[in-house]
Design a protein around this ligand. Structure first.
Ligand SMILES: O=c1ccn([C@H]2C[C@H](O)[C@@H](COP(=O)(O)O)O2)c(=O)[nH]1
Length: 202
């Protein structure tokens, strides 16, 4: 922490200059923050995923896991014994939505920041659209075959994979809960860890 942050140099040595403020986030943390913000929009009650695509240092697409446009009556269950009553048949993954929402001509050579390691279907999309690098926050399903297949494909296709520790921008978030019918707001402290994050497997 720069204790001299924002203190006019004039106060220190008589000059009119000021010291620049040290940014609170690195560029990577800034882009991951957009992915995390996108995840906040998800209606999935169990896992919210956000993705942010960056080209030449600029955001060219964001997305979160959501039901297809216009489909509001589909189930969000993840454990209904009836496959048709489970979300998996219907939900569009965050990566897919970020790619189809892009406002650049293409996503070749881009970096995708994503809050959950991409599944095998998303890995295919990432490879086929030419995304060069994936930065991810959580790998909570690393034991699942989908993730193993995803890693195998992404590695063979030479998509760079980078785990990022969850140094967070959560200091921006206020979380609210109810106490005796009253809404209480609480700031989520900086550095709060994300559940289910695992150590970098790479
Ligand atoms: O690469 C991925 C993998 C999964 N998702 C979405 C799909 C679902 O909405 C949730 C996973 O739900 P669980 O209840 O944790 O099984 O995450 C995605 O967007 N991208």
């Amino acid at each position: 922490y720069n204790f001299f942050q924002n203190i006019p140099l004039s106060d220190l040595n008589g000059s009119k200059e000021t010291l620049p403020r040290e940014p609170r986030l690195s560029l990577g943390e800034y882009f991951m923050a957009f992915a995390r913000l996108a995840a906040e929009m998800s209606r999935d009650p169990n896992t919210q995923v956000g993705a942010c695509i960056v080209k030449d240092g600029k955001i060219v697409g964001t997305g979160y896991n959501a039901m297809p446009n216009g489909c509001t009556d589909l189930p969000w269950s993840n454990d209904n014994p009836d496959w048709l009553q489970k979300k998996y048949a219907y939900v569009c993954h965050a990566e897919l939505n970020a790619i189809v929402n892009k406002f650049s001509a293409d996503v070749k050579g881009c970096t995708m920041y994503v809050t959950l390691f991409p599944c095998n279907e998303c890995a295919k999309l990432i490879i086929q659209t030419g995304i060069a690098k994936v930065v991810y926050l959580s790998d909570k399903y690393h034991d699942k075959d989908e993730m193993k297949a995803s890693k195998a494909m992404l590695k063979e296709a030479k998509v760079e994979l980078r785990y990022t520790a969850n140094k967070l921008f959560l200091f921006c978030f206020i979380h609210s809960f109810s106490v005796n019918g009253n809404r209480v707001f609480q700031a989520i402290p900086e550095g709060t860890s994300v559940k289910n994050c695992v150590k970098d497997p790479h």
